[in-house]
Design a protein. Structure first.
Ligand code: PLP
Length: 413
């Protein structure tokens, strides 16, 4: 599953001892395993080999250029949601023909940049957006491919904040409206609706919702065929869940076995947009214990990472396994909290944890996805350093921010 393992009682990333990394780079420190990252990409690629999909890694999960470049070099495309992510995709050397662009709120400027660069297609989320793309493409004298993002109204059984394919969510277009839009768009001079897109949520651990959504789409594709609508692409989004705790998510192969027959029946070129599945278990956040504080009600392990470094527990109540850097027998019940002035600044609550003292370290596991990419400077905290480990080789892929970085764009009038 991943290359963070205990060897002779010490936690390693591939061939490198984590303790050595914190001594060298300090904390909070994100550590990524190159081989875990690539292994997950290749697992998906292999499982879906019979239909040779274009796997467009979802940049939002972890947008570090070194992560993007590693995947692009293995043939990955990229799924982006902003002009900034487009900039990163190009910096990472991703061919524009392997970039797909979603988001409910693309600005005119962002649309224009993406058209000029010739991305594969936009995932369009509303009629006004489609009109805007037509208008801009006409001005640029370019013909643009788009996929309509369909909201299939299915329940993915994940956290409500990462459920995206229900009609109460802001994403995509319901099937009834989508048909009307597709027929209407046939009259567009500079936009070609060449595909459909779905993305029903994230951290989905069972296949039912994917199957339900894909089935709805296949029925819809058949209806469109009757209206002589010709499509080229079906983008099935991301959303595959990973192990954080006791989940038993489907493997890439199991997922493929279930959905391949449905996907093949469409006859369309398949695009996938996995993020978490590829990078989630490929990264950890290492943090130092600053103080251990006993109160009449609780024991608090106060660490030097905060919700600004990893917001998932605060935002979604997400669970991350927490380990000491060596194997220990004694466990104690405690909260692991950061230094930030919010009671929501925690990594674990009332959890049986290894007994650790001041100056020791904890590894917050499975922090590769939506970890650094969701981090902020809240409380004027510098964002963490990131390192990538490949066997015995360690590369800094983002330096720790300086205090100067914090105020770089600020002006006192
Ligand atoms: N595609 C789209 C449109 C998304 O919004 C997201 C995540 O929110 C993803 C792909 C990636 O999802 P995941 O990381 O769960 O695979």
């Amino acid at each position: 599953m991943h290359d963070f393992k205990f060897k002779k009682n010490a936690l390693f990333c591939e061939d490198v001892r984590i303790e050595k990394l914190v001594e060298r780079f300090g904390t909070p420190l994100y550590v990524y395993s190159y081989h875990t990252l690539i292994d997950h990409f290749l697992k998906l690629k292999k499982a879906f080999e019979p239909i040779k999909p274009l796997i467009c890694y979802s940049v939002k999960a972890n947008s570090n250029l070194a992560i993007l470049k590693s995947l692009v070099n293995k043939g990955s495309g990229l799924d982006i949601v902003s002009g900034g992510e487009l900039f990163r995709a190009l910096k990472a050397g991703c061919p524009s023909g392997r970039i797909v662009y979603a988001s409910v709120g693309k600005t005119a400027k962002e649309i224009e940049e993406a058209i000029r660069l010739g991305i594969l297609f936009f995932n369009v989320e509303s009629l006004p957006e489609l009109n805007s793309i037509q208008h801009i493409a006409k001005r640029l004298k370019k013909r643009v491919n788009v996929a309509l993002r369909i909201n299939p109204d299915v329940e993915p059984k994940t956290h409500k904040y990462i459920t995206t394919g229900k009609l109460t969510n802001k994403f995509g277009i319901d099937l009834f409206s989508a048909k009307k839009i597709i027929l209407y768009a046939r009259g567009f001079s500079h936009v070609n609706v060449s595909g459909l897109h779905i993305h029903i949520g994230s951290q989905i651990t069972t296949s039912e919702a994917f199957v339900a959504a894909i089935k709805k789409i296949t029925v819809f594709i058949a209806q469109l065929k009757k209206e002589s609508v010709k499509l080229d692409y079906l983008n099935i989004g991301g959303g595959l869940g990973i192990v954080y705790d006791k989940e038993t998510p489907q493997t890439a192969q199991r997922f493929a076995d279930i959905v391949l027959p449905l996907l093949k029946s469409t006859g369309l070129k398949i695009i996938m947009e996995p993020g978490r599945f590829i990078v989630g278990n490929a990264g950890i956040l290492v943090t130092k214990v600053l103080y251990v504080k006993n109160t009449p009600k609780k024991k608090f392990i106060i660490v030097d990472a905060g919700m600004n470094d990893l917001i998932r527990p605060s935002l979604y109540g997400a669970y991350h396994n927490i380990l000491a850097l060596d194997k220990r027998v004694g466990l104690e019940k405690a909260d692991v909290v950061g230094p930030i002035c919010e009671s929501g600044d925690f990594f674990a609550k009332d959890r049986m944890l290894p007994q650790v003292g001041e100056g020791e370290y904890l590894a917050i596991m499975s922090a590769g996805a939506y970890g650094f990419s969701m981090s902020s400077n809240y409380n004027s905290r510098r964002r963490a350093e990131e390192v990538l480990v490949s066997k015995g080789r360690v590369s800094v892929i983002r330096r720790r921010e300086s205090y100067q970085d914090l105020v770089r764009n600020e002006v006192i009038p």
